[in-house]
Design a protein around this ligand. Structure first.
Ligand SMILES: C[S@@+](CC[C@H](N)C(=O)[O-])C[C@H]1O[C@@H](n2cnc3c(N)ncnc32)[C@H](O)[C@@H]1O
Length: 239
């Protein structure tokens, strides 16, 4: 069985730095409820990575692995995750004394299937709460969205996913309707896509031949609240 990274190297300086403040310190986890030991997420992440990843035999690859692990301990919680996951084996971990569950939680964050148990009901309750809450706020190994996500980046996973989806729907509508809803050059401004169209019969002028639409009114919506001038229809509250 090959050696693991932790038998040769551990990113102590990076872990110490990350445990001082930010995501790596784990204040958000501690804030959910008190339990004995607060295991900083940065420490858990480093331990999981160094315990699971094989120590390469050649020096160049060892340096690549170290760089990937260091990157995964960056100030931004999600930095370097894609790179470091390339080195992780298809593993499953169990923390039988998981307390508030920081180790399984960090493992899941790395895309590693993880389980935890604890005989103290309070610990089990806290671990469950933290696991559910953390999923909502920050879940780095989300599969890539099935639509392009350029132009996003609020940092909130759900907001970004919804934003990306609506942009995609917008683009799809635009593309699929384009043949039926062509853009027109309107009085030299354009090409623009009209937001409404009127179908009607037209008759040619006997003098110049230009066709005249047989419409009483070209207005689509009146800019008056109902009752203002007696013409506004139901629900027509003005522009
Ligand atoms: C130091 S704390 C856990 C720390 C946790 N692994 C972490 O990294 O944050 C030890 C935990 O082991 C639990 N424990 C102790 N004996 C146990 C047992 N026999 N079965 C299950 N859990 C146990 C305690 O309830 C406590 O939550």
């Amino acid at each position: 069985m090959p050696d693991k990274v932790i038998e040769h190297w551990f990113p102590s300086a990076e872990v110490a730095e990350r445990c001082r403040k930010g995501w790596g310190r784990g204040d958000d986890i501690a804030g959910v409820g008190p339990w004995f030991a607060l295991r900083p997420p940065a420490l858990c992440r480093a331990i999981i990575l160094c315990t699971l990843i094989d120590w390469p035999t050649d020096e160049a690859t060892q340096e690549q692995v170290k760089a990937a692990i260091r990157a995964a301990l960056s100030e931004d919680r999600n930095t370097g995750m894609a790179e470091v996951r390339k080195w992780l084996p298809d593993a499953r971990i169990l923390d039988p004394f998981c307390g508030r569950g920081t180790i399984p939680l960090e493992a899941c964050g790395l895309g590693v299937q993880a389980d935890g148990s604890d005989y103290a009901p309070t610990a089990a309750l806290l671990a469950g709460l933290i696991a559910r809450d953390t999923q909502r706020r920050d879940w780095p190994p989300q599969p890539d969205l099935p639509w392009p996500s350029e132009g996003l980046g609020t940092g909130n996973v759900l907001v970004d996913a919804a934003d990306a989806m609506f942009r995609w729907i917008d683009r799809e509508l635009e593309n699929r309707l384009a043949p039926f809803w062509p853009k027109v050059d309107h009085w030299g401004v354009g090409p623009l896509r009209p937001w409404a169209a009127l179908w009607c019969r037209s008759v040619p002028c006997t003098a110049c031949g230009k066709r005249t639409p047989m419409l009483a009114d070209l207005k689509l919506r009146l800019p008056h609240a109902r009752g203002d001038d007696g013409r506004g229809g139901k629900g027509d509250k003005g522009a």
